[in-house]
Write a protein that binds this ligand. Structure first.
Ligand SMILES: [Fe+2]
Length: 142
């Protein structure tokens, strides 16, 4: 099992609201990984379902919020950025579908959702999200 994701300044997009959302997103993935370290927890199944759904819903909220910010200030690259978000949204839809399947291996699904999301978001922040920093900073977006 991997270690919890640790936030560092290199992940800052210089917009407080977006940094806070990114941190909370990572926090949810860490909560999933922490739960998986205690496989004998009697409420494991319910808690995993809850957290996977929470992560999925938060992902939708956050990606929409970010796109709205970019759109409001007419930041360049929105169409391409949205397409990249869309690919991740499809992953989330897949997790949310699988979580409802009878006999789903929740342990495996939760691990996959948490690890994939950490990798995806950390890589995404360091590459694509970086591209809107100038635009949002110029407009004093907090
Ligand atoms: Fe993004």
């Amino acid at each position: 099992m991997r270690r919890p994701f640790k936030w560092g300044n290199e992940y800052s997009v210089k917009v407080d609201s977006l940094d806070e959302q990114h941190k909370y997103f990572f926090d949810l993935t860490n909560q999933i990984l922490t739960l998986l370290e205690h496989p004998h927890n009697p409420h494991l199944k319910e808690r995993l379902i809850l957290l996977i759904v929470k992560l999925g819903r938060y992902a939708f909220f956050h990606l929409d919020f970010e796109e709205d910010c970019m759109s409001r200030y007419a930041c360049p690259g929105l169409v391409a950025h949205r397409e990249i978000h869309e690919a991740y949204r499809n992953k989330v839809i897949n997790y949310l579908r699988r979580v409802r399947e009878e006999g789903a291996d929740l342990f495996k699904l939760a691990e996959e959702a948490a690890e994939f999301s950490q990798d995806w978001l950390s890589g995404h922040i360091l590459s694509k999200d970086r591209e809107y920093i100038d635009c949002l900073e110029k407009n004093d977006v907090e």
